[in-house]
Write a protein that binds this ligand. Structure first.
Ligand code: PLP
Length: 398
């Protein structure tokens, strides 16, 4: 059917594409706030601090210089040069000067990367739990997300778990380390093993490195494209959103192997025709920021993480502190509810604590709730107190 009630219907591709479940939670929170309720908000995914001043000033200076015209659609040359320098020295990726394409944040980078590679019917391997929008972006392109359960990969080995699900139609592996929602950071050996699989099977890798800078202890971040032969088959997607508290600016970049560059440039040209020019100058200032900013930001994240871990434990949640990213992903205490959707609803309707149900991140997330610890410290204190009323019930039923 091409029309409904005399109007053309929306494109069929949307029949299999969901709309963010996290946005649904946020809408319910906004509704409660509008009714005058106090809500302890842990459902988000934003840095807790504002954008650093030098980045804001760089935007103002760009405006004063009238940097307000079209820029090359793949990015301002000065910014692309700074990106090449950064990824070579910090990530060990052998990028050339044409590798980076500036995009409208990580989401747009990922959308464009999948658009560059996927045909209808192609299969994309991805470990689960995963960042929610990915399955929908894959489905939008008529391709099929093939979930690889993370517990199985950790138990049997990544190669074994991936091999069981690889078919003739597999084209891409989506990789996200550090991971949202679990905060898991893959080890160098796990990353190397995965890259060997991708190479041996002739696949492409889309590497989502949104949280590369938010690792609080242990081994540093590893970029898959830094391994031999991987830069030629990896689209490395980076965003300034989390590292520099720039979620609202919409700035990121993708490193694109030569063979896919024209396709990716075409996607960017016809979707956004380039990121806003003053924003790109602000992005350049971000990349030039001293490491002091990040060290201070990380200390603030670590403090919040530890406070929320201690508070949730006191409230009856079982939890291991994650090494990275912005989230805790504890099991839901059985007394709250058996499904994660019911648990999130119960915590919102009862103690007014907003979280995201774990099932939104894939079947392996069921039984969990996602809490962001990147929130004001008063929210952690108030939210934990509110949760203790539920904890009482938890302890009573044990
Ligand atoms: N990748 C992951 C794993 C994320 O969690 C996010 C945002 O939450 C993004 C990519 C995209 O971020 P943005 O579009 O703000 O740059």
């Amino acid at each position: 059917m091409t029309s409904e009630g005399g109007f053309p219907r929306a494109a069929r591709r949307f029949d299999s594409v969901g709309f963010s479940e996290i946005v649904k939670v946020r809408n319910r929170v906004l509704e409660l706030l509008a009714q005058g309720h106090r809500v302890w908000r842990f459902e988000g995914g934003e840095p807790y601090m504002p954008t650093p001043q030098p980045i804001k000033e760089a935007m103002a200076e760009a405006l004063a210089r009238n940097e307000t015209r079209y820029a090359p659609s793949s990015g301002v040359p000065e910014l692309r040069r700074a990106i090449v320098e950064k990824v070579r020295s910090k990530n060990g990726i052998p990028a050339d000067e044409e590798s980076p394409i500036v995009v409208n944040g990580g989401m747009h980078g990922l959308f464009s990367a999948f658009a560059t590679l996927l045909d209808p019917g192609d299969e994309v391997l991805m470990l689960s739990p995963y960042w929610t929008p990915i399955v929908d972006v894959v489905a939008y392109h008529g391709a099929v997300p093939v979930l690889v359960p993370m517990p199985e990969a950790l138990r049997d080995g990544i190669t074994a778990a991936l091999s069981r699900r690889k078919t003739d139609r597999t084209k891409v592996l989506y990789w996200n380390s550090p991971n949202n929602p679990t905060g898991y950071v893959f080890s160098r050996a796990e990353c190397e093993e995965t890259c060997a699989f991708v190479r041996d099977q002739g696949l492409a890798l889309i590497s989502d490195e949104a949280y590369e800078d938010l690792i609080y202890e242990g081994d540093p971040h590893v970029s898959p494209a830094s391994f031999p032969g991987m830069a030629d088959r990896t689209l490395s997607v980076f965003t300034l959103s989390k590292t520099y508290s720039m979620t609202g600016w919409r700035a990121g970049y993708v490193l694109v192997p030569k063979r896919w560059r024209t396709a990716m440039q075409t996607v960017v040209l016809y979707s956004i025709n380039g990121v806003s020019t003053p924003t790109q100058w602000a992005a350049l200032a971000a990349l030039k920021l001293s490491d002091g900013f990040l060290a201070e930001a990380r200390a603030g994240y670590r403090r919040r993480r530890d406070a929320l871990v201690a508070g949730l434990r006191a409230a009856g949640f079982e939890i291991d502190p994650p090494r990275a990213a912005l989230y805790l992903f504890p099991r839901t205490p059985p007394a709250v509810a058996s499904s994660s959707v019911d648990a999130a609803r119960a915590l919102l309707d009862g103690p007014r604590v907003a979280t995201v149900p774990g099932v939104v991140f894939g079947p392996e997330g069921e039984g969990h709730l996602r809490f962001s610890f990147s929130v004001p410290e008063e929210t952690i204190a108030g939210g934990v107190e509110a949760l203790k009323s539920v904890a009482g019930a938890t302890a009573a039923t044990r």
